[in-house]
Write a protein that binds this ligand. Structure first.
Ligand SMILES: [Fe+2]
Ligand SMILES: [Fe+2]
Length: 166
């Protein structure tokens, strides 16, 4: 198994895309299936965002000042997604806005993931050595166990608040 930070983050992205496709397929089916998928989506996003906010983004910002604008934009995109996730976590699948809100969340995340993968991850790969990316990846693996898993977990809320007040 690779410990390369970019490989790990892209694996998360792949799993998110899979869940997003499942959700699209479940739009006509029972609400319970949509609820189950949204729960999985919220968990995947909460863990992934935590690892990027706590490890990947600060590290890239420190090592590659040229990517500062990309990182700042990414924090803002995470913040918008965090708000939608927190609202969805408080909502029931029977709510008339549940599918609409999930769809907007998915559109936002797809756009954000696209920017990471197409625009600035390649620059990080080019600028940092293999060892550095593995070291960052190992830190993310270690943190994953203690990462918040729901948008309402204290660590996740603190992160969302820090993003607007820092
Ligand atoms: Fe991100
Ligand atoms: Fe990401």
């Amino acid at each position: 198994m690779s410990t390369d930070a970019i490989v790990l983050l892209k694996e998360d992205h792949k799993e998110m895309r899979r869940l997003f496709k499942e959700f699209a397929k479940a739009e006509e089916g029972p609400a319970s299936k949509r609820q189950q998928l949204v729960n999985q989506i919220l968990e995947a996003l909460t863990v992934h965002t935590y690892l990027e906010n706590e490890v990947m983004y600060p590290e890239v910002r420190k090592l590659l000042p040229d990517l500062e604008d990309d990182i700042l934009e990414s924090y803002e995109e995470h913040h918008v997604a965090d708000l939608l996730c927190a609202e969805l976590a408080a909502m029931d699948a029977s709510d008339e806005r549940f599918v609409a809100k999930t769809t907007v969340l998915i559109e936002n995340v797809e756009h954000h993931v696209e920017e990471e993968e197409q625009e600035w991850f390649p620059k990080v790969r080019e600028a940092l050595g293999r060892n550095q990316l593995q070291e960052i990846g190992e830190r993310m693996i270690a943190m994953r166990k203690d990462a918040p898993r729901t948008p309402t977990a204290p660590k996740a809320i603190k992160k969302a608040v820090d993003a607007v007040t820092a």
